[in-house]
Write a protein that binds this ligand. Structure first.
Ligand SMILES: [Fe+2]
Ligand SMILES: [Fe+2]
Length: 166
């Protein structure tokens, strides 16, 4: 398997896991199952922390080979939105009892994160054309991010080099 093929496989699997967790959350919020919501939110934080991190530190900067700066910026701001939305979901999940309105709000938030999952996975078609050394560097930074294993908010509030819009 070439390094590009390896990357595309890994990238797809990671997005599948995020997709399935979001779909699981939609159904858990719909049926207002608090324990399931909590465990899926934890899973989402564990999956997206290292994933967003290596994308921002290693992958997105390479995309200026294909896209305008504005579009690359949009990918970062999708992450800003996803981080803010994940925090909002944690708040909604913290309610003693989830109301119909909170359940609807949560589903809307989850569905507004979803386009980034498919957009991000679509980047594979371009990334696979990068030189092996660049793809390998992305995989190396991914490895480091997985070893440090910061959850989404731990990373975003701790070491992420970007201020969230207020
Ligand atoms: Fe991604
Ligand atoms: Fe992303």
């Amino acid at each position: 398997m070439s390094v590009a093929e390896e990357f595309v496989c890994i990238f797809r699997e990671e997005h599948r896991a995020v997709r399935d967790t979001i779909l699981g959350l939609v159904s858990a919020f719909r049926s207002k199952k608090r324990a399931e919501i909590q465990s899926l939110l934890n899973r989402l934080a564990c999956l997206t922390g290292p994933h967003f991190r290596y994308e921002e530190e290693a992958l997105y900067p390479e995309l200026t080979a294909f896209f305008t700066d504005e579009y690359v910026e949009k990918l970062y701001s999708d992450h800003d939105m996803a981080i803010a939305n994940a925090k909002r979901l944690i708040e909604l999940a913290g309610a003693e009892e989830i109301s119909d309105d909170q359940s609807r709000q949560a589903i809307r938030i989850l569905q507004s994160i979803m386009p980034h999952v498919s957009d991000c996975d679509g980047l594979s078609i371009l990334i696979e054309t990068l030189p092996d050394e660049k793809i390998q560097k992305v995989l190396d930074i991914r490895q480091m991010a997985r070893e440090e294993n910061l959850g989404l908010t731990g990373w975003a509030d701790g070491i992420r080099n970007r201020l969230l819009p207020t």
